[in-house]
Design a protein. Sequence first.
Length: 227
Amino acid sequence: MLGTIVNAAAILVGGSLGLLLKKGIPERVSSGIVQGLALIVLYIGISGMLKGQNALIATISMVVGGVIGMLLDLDGRFKRLVGKLETRFVKTETGGSTFGEGFMTATLLFCVGAMAVVGSLNSGLTGNHEVLYTKSLLDGVSAMIFASTLGAGVLLSAVAVFVYQGAITLAAQFLAPVLSDATVAEMTCVGSLLIIAIGLNMLKLTKIKVMDFVLAIFVPIGLCMFM
């Protein structure tokens, strides 16, 4: 749970700083920070990928998980869900309060996406919080930017992050004792491949639909029983 606690705290700190910077953060500065963090995301992904011991398992997992994800249109469903939530809850009214808008916008940004899922799974299965620590930096910077324009509602999203990622982490901790070290290593490898994809997307080098491949993380559980 440490990674999730740090993530929630980073949002609170970043959001609080944003409230003090009412004029907002220069885009040149914020984009530069995000690019630097994207390189760290790539580093973490490559490091985790090397923990895998069987390239065939990783290959099959990505193919099977990707095919299932694309057939189910996970990325499309995810984007449509976010769009509906934004349409319903994120409304900007002239002269009105932006508290609700800040809360919903930040919650959607911080809770949805592959990095929250992969990071929480790594945290629960292996006790490695690197992905969530990096996500914490990203979320902290984003919270600062949003809070400077949307107000205190952004800080409340820290509660949603804590509950959502905490639930995934606890579920992973429950499963960890029944999974072999080899299975956890291969799950980490596949998850790290997705982290690399996230880093490449952050740098705008690719447009990989990472959500379509999320199920690939769980495929090694079955494969390691027979390989």
